[in-house]
Design a protein around this ligand. Structure first.
Ligand code: ADP
Ligand code: MG
Ligand code: MG
Ligand code: MG
Length: 689
């Protein structure tokens, strides 16, 4: 979860006095990065995933499963193990990396080294995820398992839901009615984040998820498990004074959100401009993938009427005061702020001609003096706004030892603000003293129960990113419509019930212009395509979507297929007839998930169609082809409703078992034909099974 620094963390009453200092020097540090690396070119594709786990303690005698607060010990063991693997294997295979996370029952794992653009690496993703799960599992006790559930269904219920048990009346950081202090990673950063968010906000966070209503739900639903009359912390009165809504599941602590697990992907881009294009291109994809990966319908022992974690996390770290939330006139605070610091992206940042100013239609409070400073330094409007918008936030955790830094060497202050702006996408500048280039992180997806599914979504996104960049695909819609899609994506069964705003015409006039033989900065020659092929896929074209497959046959001749996915793409040339486009409101419409993923006849090949067109340019062997086909089928079948999301599957499982105990390890879901395709054999290959 970003930066972990060691030192003495400041109470909010002291930390707030350094907010200006951290912001000012954070920008100085960013300007230094900019000066050094803005012209950096030609980075190859490197990419990697992050998978988060909950460690579950099984009590087979009592048929119970609780969260095991064993993170510290397990991480120490895993560290020793991977160090040992390092010495044994030398440099040939890099062992995976395990990271701490917010919850003391959580683990995060990443591959030991990023994947390259080689298509061979696409097959490593799933086996690497399996290895990581196996390593985690084999360093746990026999009755403990690492599971990839997005939300733990019984977190915060009365009685025991952790091993060991702790009493929530001692939750000195969160003051929660439900979660004990010990739910949180003991590293100073995490309790301080929790406490300082509460102190800055001047109340506890308040999350209210609508309860799922069926004929067994008492109405009105007033939660009998909330200790309404507790009187331990001053904030205990909040629930009874209106913070907890009727007919809702009320949650009052950072742990409910930051204790969720997700699946994230990071891609290194060719240069800064392409990372900005990629960032923008993936913004409208965020809510689509959130709906497709929906996996969290159960909260604090209840069934919610939503399927996703997103708004829970947004609420769980919402440090805005009442003034900033627009509930009181501004007196102490600088400005109203429409969103939590964990929320969807507010601004497209690419300077490509495709990015029309009209698309940036969200309110965008910025720190004006920092914006002016970046503009004066020569940074363009959009990037300056992006940073100045993140920098309206206060730093929440400041370590006294790290207040004074050398801004030419450190980016700690920049990262302090950046890493506590948790958005659907993150634009990651290169870190100091490392060979790493400009990166983009895709952050909206919920973690899936099996590594097969997690690998499928990871591989899909990396292929989609290549398809978009190589074919100059234009996915822009107004960013307010992306936000509306985020809202819809979290609704119960959004995959089947909701429609989503999506661009009507994704092929650009530039897609149809020959870009023959364009040579990229790393010297790789990119493919070209004839105008008839791509326009044939457009609604007013006269060809068919099969025209897309001509991507592999520029000028009618087969292009030599590649074993390496390219990373450098020439900027899309503007259309010949100028930029004057349609009215923006005519550029998008509402579509079903199935239409977005699998297409609408000749009008649009769907995201999978784009990926397949791109795959045609790659030289895949049979097993690569088969594996990728099974990944795409999973996604296609999620989108058409013939396989359930984990959220739907879990909801149905619970509803059909009135006296349930929800325990599903990766192995437990092996025979679930409504969740996984018939040919799913994944777990049988799992070394842990
Ligand atoms: P964070 O938690 O800050 O998002 P992590 O270190 O947990 O970051 O995960 C970063 C991911 O990026 C890992 O999957 C890692 O393999 C991958 N990665 C590492 N180096 C690069 C690189 N140069 N380009 C792209 N991805 C990288
Ligand atoms: Mg994480
Ligand atoms: Mg991480
Ligand atoms: Mg991450």
């Amino acid at each position: 979860m970003g930066l972990l620094s060691l030192g003495t963390p400041l109470h909010w009453d002291q930390a707030k006095h350094y907010a200006e200092h951290v912001r000012y020097h954070g920008i100085s540090q960013f300007l230094n990065t900019w000066d050094r690396l803005k012209d950096r070119q030609g980075d190859e594709l490197l990419w990697g995933d992050e998978v988060e786990y909950m460690v579950i303690q099984l009590d087979t005698d009592n048929k119970d499963a609780v969260l095991s607060l064993c993170q510290t010990e397990v991480l120490a063991k895993l560290q020793a193990l991977t160090d040992d693997m390092n010495t044994k294997t030398g440099s040939s295979a890099v062992p995976p990396v395990f990271h701490p996370e917010y919850g003391r029952y959580m683990l995060e794992s990443t591959p030991g080294a990023p994947y390259s653009g080689s298509v061979h690496d696409l097959l490593l993703v799933e086996s690497n995820m399996r290895l990581r799960r196996h390593l985690a599992r084999s360093n746990l006790k026999p009755d403990q398992i690492p599971i990839t559930l997005t939300s733990f269904p019984r977190m915060g219920v009365p009685g025991k839901f952790t091993e060991p048990y702790y009493d929530p009346t001692e939750a000195v950081s969160s003051h929660s009615l439900f979660l004990p202090e010990q739910i949180t990673n003991p590293h100073a950063r995490f309790p301080t984040l929790t406490a300082n968010i509460r102190r800055r906000r001047k109340s506890k966070v308040a999350i209210n998820l609508p309860i799922f209503i069926d004929n067994r739900t008492p109405r009105p639903f007033i939660d009998p498990t909330t200790p309404w009359h507790r009187d331990v912390f001053p904030e205990d009165a909040e629930a009874r004074n209106g913070a907890a809504l009727i007919d809702h599941i009320y949650m009052d602590a950072m742990g409910f959100g930051m204790g969720c697990c997700c699946l994230q992907l990071t891609f290194q881009c060719c240069n800064i401009d392409q990372s900005r294009r990629m960032y923008d291109a993936l913004i409208p994809i965020g809510p689509i993938m959130l709906a497709l990966t929906a996996a969290s319908p159960l909260w604090r022992g209840y069934i919610a009427d939503v399927d996703c974690r997103w708004n829970v996390i947004a609420g769980s770290v919402d440090d805005r005061t009442e003034e900033e939330r627009g509930l009181k006139p501004l007196k102490e605070n600088r400005m109203q702020i429409p969103k939590s610091r964990y929320d969807s992206v507010d601004l497209y940042i690419s300077e490509t001609w495709m990015n029309r100013p009209e698309y940036n239609d969200n309110p965008l409070p910025i720190d004006q003096s920092l914006y002016d400073r970046m503009r004066k330094h020569g940074i363009d409007d959009l990037l300056s706004k992006h940073i100045a918008h993140m920098f309206i936030r206060d730093p929440i955790v400041i370590f006294s030892e790290l207040i004074d830094q050398d801004d030419t060497k450190s980016t700690d202050h920049f990262e302090n603000i950046q890493s506590t702006n948790w958005q659907t996408l993150r634009f990651k500048p290169p870190p100091p003293n490392s060979p790493i280039g400009w990166r983009v992180e895709f952050r909206s997806m919920e973690v899936q129960m099996t590594d097969f599914e997690n690998a499928a979504f990871a591989v899909f996104i990396v292929l989609l990113s290549r398809a978009i960049m190589s074919m100059n695909i234009n996915l822009y819609i107004p960013i307010s419509k992306v936000d509306e899609n985020m809202r819809r994506a979290q609704q119960r069964d959004a995959v089947n019930q909701a429609k989503f705003y999506f661009r009507r015409e994704v092929f650009t006039p530039a897609s149809s212009r020959a870009t023959s033989g364009a040579t990229t900065p790393n010297g790789v020659t990119t493919f070209s395509y004839a105008s008839s092929t791509i326009s044939g896929a457009s609604p007013n074209g006269n060809g068919t979507t099969n025209g897309l497959h001509h991507l592999a046959y520029p000028n009618g001749c087969p292009r030599r297929k590649q074993r390496v996915m390219e990373n450098c793409f020439p900027p899309p040339p503007p259309p010949d007839d100028g930029l004057a486009g349609k009215d923006v409101s005519e550029e998008y419409a509402e579509y079903t998930m199935n239409e977005i993923i699998s297409g609408r006849g000749d009008a649009f090949p769907g995201l999978i169609g784009l990926v397949e067109a791109y795959l045609d340019t790659l030289d895949l062997n049979d097993s690569e082809q088969r594996r990728i086909t099974s990944y795409l089928n999973l996604i296609r079948r999620r989108a058409n409703g013939s396989l359930k999301t984990a959220a739907a599957w879990t909801r149905d499982f619970v509803r059909s078992h009135p006296s349930y105990n929800l325990i599903r390890s990766e192995r437990g879901v092996r025979r679930a034909p409504d969740l996984l395709p018939e040919d799913y054999t994944g777990s049988n290959e799992d070394p842990s099974s």
